[in-house]
Design a protein around this ligand. Structure first.
Ligand SMILES: Cc1cc2nc3c(=O)[nH]c(=O)nc-3n(C[C@H](O)[C@H](O)[C@H](O)COP(=O)(O)OP(=O)(O)OC[C@H]3O[C@@H](n4cnc5c(N)ncnc54)[C@H](O)[C@@H]3O)c2cc1C
Ligand code: SF4
Ligand code: SF4
Ligand code: SF4
Length: 371
């Protein structure tokens, strides 16, 4: 066999974007994380795009131009590839994943207390990382007038006030990394960075999105090399934006432009800009749940440095699951500087409290997978 024939055989066994389309995208398993496009475009291959939160080839010619490297398939969080390796790397032995510490806490910043979803912990972590010059940027999710999430790379802590809170529909968080090589020079200069490889970014995302980042980091592929902190949000399910707000408008007569805040506490709640509150039976929203979420067994984000959520937390607090040494250093330092305050559990009840939380998460995950 000549070398080129041998190479052809190897290549023909590498799954490509066409396999991703057949296995994941057409079967509605894509979680619209944007990892495939972020990788492909940042490498200059420029053959796939995202239309209506669905990745696809840009044109028929793009199918030929795809170099069939297969990286998009390997890093997709919805393919089974690399899961054994990831589980080993993150010491995952059960559905909750490896936890160094579990606690509840809230921000001490009065503005964040107002606008944060729960304890304002995620934004507080990012403010701390910016202030201590541990990051140059963060990937967060802002939103437009229609309450539609917009993933964004931000470069200063002041912008965090535009992203605090939760919007319950898809925000393709990895997508903005596609343009990482096209950042304006003045932004880099301000950060005293001369090469985008020197950027240090904190990533905020749902567990599936954090899994994609972890796969990329495991394979050491760009542009995930600049993600320094991988911070996950608990996630039971996510919704299609247009379907979700069609149902909400039908049920409440409130259109998304008039929504100030939404939250889920058994049922779905919303507060309007003129401070009226509505409750919607969560089952009414079932038709808007994204199909890919129906098969998801993640909840607490197993492949992260820190995971944050509301479930199990006392009112006004967030639960924090610390998973890595890096994550632990950040949270410890924030406590020592009174940036966040911990929910105090009586000394003789700490083990019972932790076990209760873990049991609760397990119950939610089994409910999720049963559904
Ligand atoms: C789709 C979705 C479903 C969730 N489901 C649950 C659940 O079932 N149980 C539970 O306990 N917690 C759930 N959460 C997490 C919860 O809503 C809070 O995000 C979490 O408790 C952190 O609150 P905080 O006050 O510490 O964060 P904040 O300081 O308010 O920061 C929130 C962060 O979330 C980011 N964000 C907002 N919307 C999105 C989005 N659509 N996609 C990605 N990032 C986003 C923002 O960029 C911001 O950085 C969910 C979050 C999302 C996005
Ligand atoms: S060039 Fe590589 S990453 Fe891009 S679509 Fe083709 S196989 Fe995927
Ligand atoms: S990498 Fe993300 S956006 Fe691309 S196919 Fe997989 S889930 Fe969808
Ligand atoms: S339920 Fe699972 S697949 Fe759906 S957004 Fe949340 S983590 Fe991703």
């Amino acid at each position: 066999m000549t070398e080129s024939e041998f190479q052809k055989v190897i290549r023909s066994n590498i799954p490509t974007f066409e396999d991703l389309e057949n296995e994941i995208i057409q079967n509605e398993k894509c979680c619209a994380c944007g990892a495939c496009i972020a990788y492909c475009e940042s490498q200059g291959f420029d053959v796939i795009e995202m239309i209506d939160n669905t990745p696809r080839f840009k044109s028929k010619k793009s199918i030929d131009n795809c170099n069939k490297c297969g990286i998009c398939y390997y890093i997709c969080p919805q393919t089974k590839t690399l899961m054994k390796e990831l589980n080993n790397n993150y010491y995952v032995h059960d559905k909750i994943g490896h936890i160094r510490k579990i606690l509840a806490a809230k921000t001490t910043n009065s503005t964040l207390k107002e606008i944060g979803q729960n304890g304002g912990i995620v934004s507080a972590i990012l403010i701390y990382l910016f202030e201590k010059h541990k990051i140059d940027a963060a990937i967060v999710s802002e939103f437009n007038d229609n309450f539609e999430p917009i993933p964004k790379i931000i470069f200063n802590k002041e912008d965090l006030f535009k992203s605090a809170g939760t919007r319950y529909s898809i925000s393709p968080q990895i997508f903005p990394l596609k343009n990482i090589n096209k950042l304006p020079q003045e932004i880099l200069k301000k950060k005293e960075i001369f090469n985008t490889d020197q950027l240090r970014i904190a990533f905020i995302g749902t567990p599936c999105q954090c899994r994609a980042i972890s796969k990329m980091k495991f394979l050491d592929v760009k542009p995930a090399h600049i993600i320094k902190y991988n911070i996950g949000l608990f996630c039971f399910e996510n919704f299609n934006h247009s379907q979700l707000y069609d149902i909400i408008e039908r049920e409440t007569n409130v259109d998304p432009t008039n929504i100030k805040k939404t939250w889920i506490k058994k049922n779905f709640f919303l507060q309007t800009k003129d401070k009226k509150q509505y409750e919607i039976d969560i089952k009414t929203l079932n038709p808007a749940v994204r199909s890919n979420c129906l098969e998801c067994d993640e909840f607490t984000g197993r492949f992260t440095d820190i995971s944050v959520g509301a479930s199990g937390a006392p009112e006004g607090y967030s639960m924090i699951l610390i998973r890595s040494e890096r994550g632990e250093k950040v949270i410890n330092s924030m406590f020592s500087k009174d940036i966040i305050e911990q929910f105090i559990v009586p000394f003789d009840k700490t083990i019972q409290w932790k076990n209760q939380k873990l049991e609760w998460f397990k119950k939610l995950i089994s409910l999720k997978t049963k559904n």
